[in-house]
Design a protein. Structure first.
Length: 316
């Protein structure tokens, strides 16, 4: 047996320590990423209503066909609710760009206001949802108290109609995600070459022309990133509506349909398949619905990236 020198033993010890340190994320990725992905793929082709995998019955693509063509009102309502909820994306991005532009022009207080806007983004979504739930409360909510003080009738923000519920949820989501968009837009706006602005003003360009011809193309890569990421986040949302409706005896029917709730976004609908209606839907249907959602997210992302080739500029 070859005897190792002290330097070789030290090197081997360092290599072993590095391997152990690197194996943690890898093991976590395998346990919580790869293995669940493989299991979800297998289960999506089976009928399974319990956690006992020995009860799986292979049904082929039947679950996918049910999700896509069965005409389940709950499924259609969940996608409609998700589409309406996704309106928070353009609202948040447009408002963030406006505020970021104002902050960059401000002569003082930039860091303070940037921190104020960014704090909600780093807070727990559960905590924010609970806070807004108390604000929207029908009887003791601060918002209804303000309306009553001003002489208006209280509004059941979370119980009156799908539109009031979605408006309340979108306001909360925009407030939470605004800081992240502002931060990126501020950085993008600060990197625009000021000489371009000076040259445009010398040529007599208006503020509107300067924005569309210089500012917008210069920040288009940042805008593209935010649009893509926020659409993905919106399609995968669940926590916000789940917490807002927890504890209410009744929730709002989805768009006039008494069989579904407006708060059940697509991910919440998949959650209900397993934990609320396991006998009716089960794990197989939920896994198939999850894969359908993943494919939809992939298609929308690819379409979005393809469209971005027309309006995103990297020349600035």
């Amino acid at each position: 047996m070859k005897t190792l020198t002290p330097k070789q033993r030290l090197q081997r010890r360092d290599n072993l320590g590095s391997a152990i340190a690197a194996s943690g994320p890898l093991i976590g990725f395998l346990l919580f990423g790869v293995i669940p992905l493989i299991l979800a793929t297998v289960v999506s082709f089976t009928e399974l209503h319990t956690t006992d995998l020995s009860e799986m019955v292979f049904v082929g693509f039947e679950n996918f066909l049910k999700v896509l063509t069965d005409g389940d009102k709950r499924t259609y309502a969940s996608y409609l609710s998700t589409i309406v909820y996704s309106l928070n994306v353009p609202i948040c991005i447009g408002l963030a760009l406006y505020i970021a532009n104002l902050l960059n022009k401000a002569k003082f207080g930039q860091r303070f206001f940037r921190s104020v806007f960014f704090i909600p983004y780093v807070c727990s979504a559960v905590v924010i949802a609970l806070a807004f739930k108390s604000i929207y409360h029908n009887e003791s909510g601060m918002l209804n108290a303000l309306l009553s003080f001003m002489g208006f009738s209280p509004v059941g923000w979370l119980t009156d109609s799908p539109w009031t519920f979605m408006a309340a949820t979108i306001i909360m989501t925009v407030w939470q995600g605004l800081g992240f968009c502002i931060l990126l837009f501020q950085a993008a706006l600060a990197n625009v070459d000021t000489k371009l602005y000076e040259a445009a003003k010398l040529d007599g360009a208006s503020d509107t022309q300067i924005f569309w011809r210089i500012t917008w193309p210069a920040i288009s890569p940042t805008t593209s990133y935010l649009v893509t990421m926020k659409i993905i986040w919106a399609l995968q949302a669940m926590t916000e509506t789940y917490i807002l409706t927890t504890g209410y005896n009744t929730t709002v029917p989805a768009w006039g349909d008494s069989q579904a709730w407006v708060s059940d976004l697509v991910v919440k609908h998949i959650y209900n398949m397993v934990w609320v209606r396991p006998a009716q839907d089960g794990y197989g249907m939920a896994a198939a619905a999850g894969w359908v959602l993943a494919i939809i997210v992939f298609i929308i992302t690819k379409i979005n990236m393809k469209l971005q080739e027309r309006w995103v500029s990297y020349d600035f």
